[in-house]
Design a protein around this ligand. Structure first.
Ligand code: UT7
Length: 332
């Protein structure tokens, strides 16, 4: 079988934290509003470091816990929707910092679904037999896109990175990835390019000025209700389809690690699937939503707590801007 074995995990969260009370100092909001609706108490904010610094730290820890040297990494896949540069890819910056001089590098952007997408890609690279050690790093600095005057979105997001070092195994792997591009306006952050090309016409007309207004320029824009509605069914759908592909009964799943967007979304989706709460891991209370880094950071916490054992079926499920969604199930 073309499975994936997790050899090591690592994560990094910046020191500075903003709890709900800090938000009520800058916005008309409160812990009484935020916590019951989202499950979030605090998030980490990278006040003085770039995104790739967090990714590097998580990558170094994953390599250390795997006992694999940087020179033995053959591929680095970074998932991020908040890169420091348009190019080069963040994977190249991390490659330089960790000294993985024999690695191929590329980045993946399927927003919060990015870790699951990267895992699925890694499995294909490993299955072809040419690659042995693949490093996946999910690193996100949402604070550089969040509009801190928008109380409905800013309270959700934080900054962090998670990493895993994977190799092939003879266990099972199944996955399901989808996207609903029609719904992209529910969550987006428009890229900011120069407009000094002398032959440009009125390019804003193309966007009907919808995505480039003064208030929206450079910021994450979200229709929270639309994303919420999409997320519950998309997560349930993705898990059902991934499990069906692998012939796995949902009762056989040992741990479900969902994207940490909103505790209510997680509870509704897993309730639809009939998966009991004790099998569902969350860290949203102390991390908030760190986009594609949510799942590998959770995995690292579980791993450090000694909760990942041989022969377990672990289900990852997520959704995000795109709107993308997906699930992957690995056997440890
Ligand atoms: O990784 C991807 C992620 N994104 C998501 O998963 C987002 C999914 N959506 C959600 O989690 C929820 O929609 C939110 C938590 C973002 C918002 O909750 P909601 O229950 O959908 O609130 P709403 O935006 O419909 O707003 C309801 C009311 C409004 O007041 P009025 O117009 O009824 O007077 C808002 O202005 O709550 C108000 N409100 C707040 N009040 C205090 C919105 N945000 C806040 C806030 N503090 N932070």
């Amino acid at each position: 079988m073309n499975g994936i074995k997790i050899l090591g995990t690592g994560s990094y969260a910046p020191e500075f934290t903003a709890d709900n009370d800090k938000f009520s100092e800058i916005l008309d909001t409160s812990d009484e509003w935020i916590f019951p609706r989202t499950g979030i108490k605090q998030r980490h904010i990278a006040t003085d470091i770039p995104n790739y610094y967090m990714g590097t730290k998580a990558a170094e820890k994953a390599l250390e816990s795997a006992g694999v040297t940087p020179e033995d990494v053959e591929l680095i896949i970074v998932s991020t929707c908040t890169p420091d540069f348009f190019y080069p890819a963040m994977s190249c910056l991390i490659q330089k910092r960790i000294g993985a001089k024999n690695a191929a590098c590329f980045d993946v952007n399927s927003a919060c679904t990015g870790f699951i997408t990267s895992l699925d890609i890694a499995q294909k690279f490993l299955a072809c037999g040419k690659y042995k050690n693949v490093l996946i790093v999910s690193s996100e600095k949402l604070s550089q896109q969040v509009d801190y005057t928008d109380r409905a979105s800013s309270i959700l997001f934080g900054d962090a990175a998670g990493a895993v070092l994977v190799t092939s195994s003879d266990k099972s792997f199944c996955s399901y990835l989808r996207a609903e591009g029609d719904e992209f306006e529910a969550l987006y952050c428009k890229a900011n390019y120069n407009t000094n090309c002398p032959w440009y016409g009125d390019i804003d007309k193309f966007y009907e000025n919808r995505f480039d207004t003064e208030q929206k320029r450079n910021f994450l824009v979200q229709d929270g209700k639309a994303v919420y509605k999409f997320a519950v069914n998309a997560m349930a759908d993705a898990v059902r389809n991934a499990a069906a592909q692998g012939g796995i009964e949902l009762e056989a799943l040992d741990i479900v690690i969902p994207h940490q967007a909103n505790l209510r979304i997680i509870e509704k989706a897993t309730e639809l699937l009939g998966i009991p709460g004790e099998k569902v891991y969350t860290n949203i209370e102390h991390m908030g939503n760190v986009s594609s880094a949510c799942i590998p950071v959770c995995l690292d916490e579980l791993s450090k707590a000694g909760r990942i054992r041989e022969g377990m079926k672990i289900c990852f499920v997520g959704f995000g801007a795109g709107l993308t969604y997906g699930s992957a199930i690995i056997e440890t």
